[in-house]
Design a protein around this ligand. Structure first.
Ligand code: FAS
Ligand code: PHB
Length: 390
């Protein structure tokens, strides 16, 4: 089998790139290890930057997002007995974010691939890229007893943090930067009305909490938990009671609880692999970088990678111009590290660290006091949260 671009990974990164390239007549194939049901069963991101929403529209996949998603002009931070609002619209110069679940946008991308008869192979086992430094790389995968070979011009590693792509780069050709946080997020999805029309990030001595949503009838809540906790340690009643303890009393009083329809614990880590290219392999999304979800940057950092890769491949195939491909890693990493900084800052400011000393806690309070007393500080938070320019 021969194609132009072989994309490893059928998550949002891989599907978005596949759709964008196909619309421009650039042949590609997506190899996904899991079934479609499995991919669509994962509950992950909830907040899309303006740039991601624009990319969904450019990929002709934005219609349901625009119909069912919610535009949010701000969010709230509960801290030190106060509830303060971050006015994104005012301090970002009129921008906003789109609240629309990753599960839904992944569904929209799959449906668009189906409509265009895109090549998405599920249950592709033992995917392995080969000859990445040659002009003729290829990828193999197992389908039952058969080994299938796909010859291509470029391989895109969109296979997430645990994928095969990054691990195919020789160790002496890649540098990995990692910071592991001493806690995780226990997330619950419930068919209940959200407690607040806007997201609430709560800093509390018992630990961080977040009140989010997927729609007006589907709520998403998180509480910070020790890394040693398991989902079994948190029956629904215990979760709701702890969430209420971490919210302002008037908010807790109106929290509508209900049975969890999904419950999971995600460890928090910051991670970046450099460079994001090796020969004709290009890494994108979680395959190259991970952020703690506090700043809602994970999925949104994948979007700018895909934007840069899409335009670089377009220039190559339409004008024979390889500049974008040659500049991809440096350009993507420049924006990735800004998302890393913002995610680290939000996480450090809002979480309870087990080894924190009094000085650290005073700095957290000071960070929040400065934020809500300075229009310039608020402008910095707002421009990062709505998304820095691609
Ligand atoms: P993904 O990991 O989504 O997709 C990679 C795909 O590659 C997967 O479908 C996988 O099955 C496939 N794959 C892996 N290895 C393969 C192989 N060898 N061969 C073929 N296919 C292979 N971001 C936010 O902004 N907000 C959040 O609240 C948030 N919560 C998260 C919670 C969790 C538990 C996790 C893990 C991530 C969360 N994220 C969040 C980040 C998340 O949304 C990612 O940024 C986003 O999924 C990135 O998309 P992809 O790069 O496509 O990677
Ligand atoms: C979510 O709704 O899952 C969500 C929203 C904002 C974040 C993290 C997660 O910062």
């Amino acid at each position: 089998m021969k194609t132009s671009v072989c994309i490893i990974g059928g998550g949002p990164s891989g599907l978005m790139l596949s759709q964008l390239l196909h619309l421009k007549g650039i042949q590609n194939i997506v190899l996904e290890r899991q079934s479609r049901e499995y991919v669509l069963g994962r509950i992950r991101a909830g907040v899309l930057e303006h740039g991601f929403a624009e990319l969904m529209r450019e990929a002709q996949c934005g219609e349901r997002m625009d119909r069912e998603g919610e535009i949010h002009d701000g969010f709230l931070i509960a801290h030190d007995g106060k509830l303060d609002r971050v006015d994104l619209h005012k301090y970002s110069g009129g921008s906003s974010v789109m609240v629309y679940g990753q599960t839904e946008l992944t569904r929209d991308l799959y449906e668009a691939r189906d409509r265009m008869k895109g090549a998405v192979i599920h249950n592709a086992e033992d995917v392995q890229p080969h000859d990445l430094s040659s002009a003729k790389p290829y990828v193999t995968y197992r389908s039952g007893d058969d080994i299938v070979r796909i010859d291509c011009d470029f391989v895109i590693g969109a296979d997430g943090f645990h994928g095969v792509s990054r691990k195919s780069i020789p160790k002496d050709k890649i540098t990995e930067y990692e910071k592991v946080y001493p806690f995780g997020w226990l997330g619950v999805l419930s068919r209940t009305k959200p407690v607040s029309p806007e997201l609430i990030y709560a800093k509390h001595e018992r630990g961080f909490a977040l009140c989010s949503m997927r729609s007006q009838v589907l709520s998403r809540y998180y509480i910070q938990v020790p890394l040693t906790d398991t989902v079994e340690d948190w029956p629904d009643d215990a979760f709701w009671a702890e969430l209420k303890r971490r919210l302002p009393a008037d908010i807790a009083a109106k929290l509508i609880t209900g049975p969890s329809i999904e419950k999971s614990i995600a460890p928090l880590r910051s991670f970046v692999a450099e460079p994001m290219r090796h020969g004709n392999l290009f890494l994108a999304g979680d395959a190259a970088h991970i952020v703690p979800p506090t700043g809602a940057r994970g999925l949104n950092s994948a979007a700018s990678d895909i934007y840069y890769l899409y335009h670089a491949l377009l220039a190559h195939y339409q004008q024979g111009d390889r500049t974008g491909l040659d500049n991809y890693s440096a350009k993507a990493l420049a924006r990735v590290w800004k998302a890393q900084r913002f995610s680290w800052w939000m996480t450090t400011m809002l979480h309870t660290f087990p080894d924190a000393i009094g000085y650290d806690q005073k700095l957290q309070q000071t960070d929040l006091e400065y934020l809500f007393s300075s229009e310039k500080a608020m402008g910095s938070l707002a421009e990062n949260y709505v998304g820095l320019p691609f």
